[in-house]
Ligand binder design. Structure first.
Ligand SMILES: Nc1nc2c(ncn2[C@@H]2O[C@H](COP(=O)(O)OP(=O)(O)OP(=O)(O)O)[C@@H](O)[C@H]2O)c(=O)[nH]1
Length: 379
């Protein structure tokens, strides 16, 4: 369900992108640098053996690298859905089926997960050997990573390089592609060796976007997942967009336990009602799970309480907007931001909230919906 409020937020975000595009040139994000990178990638496509198109698993369609449509031969094109740890696992399964039905080779990975990267490396090595066998050449295999900004190309290149080279003689000579939470950080095409026998190199390339983007929803999803700079649309509106998605999801229901723990703690503090077993359980929880730090738990508890105590109608625009604003003001306390209702404080809350969302500490979300096959559509 997409509420009217969410639609309005999406429209605002889309308009913000277009406004920036209008005021700073036809396509503000499409810098000369991005145009040059697009040309350089297009020139290399016929020369490389495989093209790994890295997409964000939360938006498998919206993160498609659309510029090279006809240039990517299906036999050499592999789609990699990266950041699976941030997406809804049940949806990922459906997306894998979707790509399978389209006969597009597709893999899901978390670039920071060793096992995932090993599996990807094994597949790439198998493909490389197959290619060498069929072409009867003893050549070096090159694989180019392409994709929109911030989908994790450099992180993946580094992980493949580290895992592929860890047992090789060159151990200790590891190179690093630049990884950053900011989009368009990679400026040049760089090459990293990921395997020997056969020799395989990956080319990490700068993130690219199409010169023009007119679709509000596409712009909003790219902005929320970090492919566009937050400053283009503004952190506040982006955080509202996240809260709208969050409120319509069931993610908050998992956090009831944080609310219960807080109540127990309050009763301990107020009534001197010592509960040693609870204290012990809490200590263990905080010590063993790095995501369970106090602020994250406070934020989860706050969001749980805001949504579960909401007695308005989620389909009513006014109620829904009010809920988002209430969440914003409640989150100030959770994030330890001074309670004065000024713009700067709101932006700090928004930035912190987006950071938690983007590092997966506020649950798993899939923002794209799987297209309905044509056969089910009325003509
Ligand atoms: N949770 C999670 N974060 C990831 C994953 N892969 C990359 N990241 C993070 O995503 C951010 C962007 O990663 P990069 O590797 O710099 O992305 P890129 O596609 O090379 O970015 P550009 O330079 O803009 O082209 C960094 O903060 C990474 O740590 C993943 O699988 N899971």
């Amino acid at each position: 369900m997409v509420s009217t409020v969410t639609r309005t937020i999406i429209q605002k975000l889309g308009n913000a992108v277009k406004k920036v595009a209008r005021s700073k040139g036809s396509s503000w994000w499409y810098t000369p640098h991005m145009a040059a990178a697009t040309r350089a990638i297009a020139e290399r496509i016929p020369l490389v053996d495989f093209i790994l198109e890295v997409r964000d698993a939360r938006i498998p369609l919206s993160s498609e690298c659309t510029q090279f449509g006809g240039l990517l031969p299906s036999s050499r094109h592999i789609v990699v859905l990266n950041k699976v740890d941030l997406a809804k696992q049940s949806e990922i399964k459906e997306w894998m089926k979707f790509f399978d039905q389209k006969s597009t080779a597709c893999l899901q990975v978390n670039a920071h997960n060793k096992e995932n990267v090993k599996q990807l490396l094994n597949l790439l090595q198998a493909r490389a050997r197959e290619l060498i066998k069929t072409t009867h050449s003893g050549k070096t295999i090159t694989i180019m990573l392409i994709g929109i900004p911030n989908v994790g190309k450099s992180a993946l290149a580094n992980s493949l390089h580290q895992i592929g080279r860890i047992s090789a003689a060159e151990k200790g000579k590891l190179k690093h592609a630049i990884v950053s939470s900011q989009p368009t950080e990679t400026k040049n095409i760089s090459s990293l060796k990921i395997a020997s026998h056969p020799n395989i190199f990956v080319l990490d390339t700068p993130g690219i976007l199409p010169p023009e983007m007119f679709d509000d929803e596409l712009c909003s999803k790219l902005a929320l997942t970090g492919a566009l700079m937050d400053s283009i649309v503004g952190e506040l509106e982006l955080a509202r967009y996240f809260l709208a998605i969050f409120n319509l999801s069931k993610e908050y229901s998992k956090w009831e336990k944080f609310s219960a723990i807080e109540e127990d703690w309050c009763s301990t503090l107020l009534h001197g009602d010592e509960k040693p077993h609870l204290k012990k359980r809490q200590k263990m929880q905080f010590a063993t799970d790095h995501t369970q730090d106090l602020i994250v738990n406070d934020v989860r508890r706050t969001l749980f309480e805001a949504v579960s105590s909401f007695c308005g109608n989620l389909e009513d625009d006014k109620d829904f907007s009010e809920l988002i604003e209430v969440e914003f003001s409640m989150l100030r306390r959770a994030f330890r931001v001074a309670p004065e209702p000024n713009e700067d404080g709101c932006r700090r809350v928004a930035t912190k909230l987006l950071d938690l969302y983007r590092t997966g500490r506020l649950g798993h979300y899939s923002l794209d919906t799987i297209p309905i096959p044509n056969k089910f559509l009325r003509t």
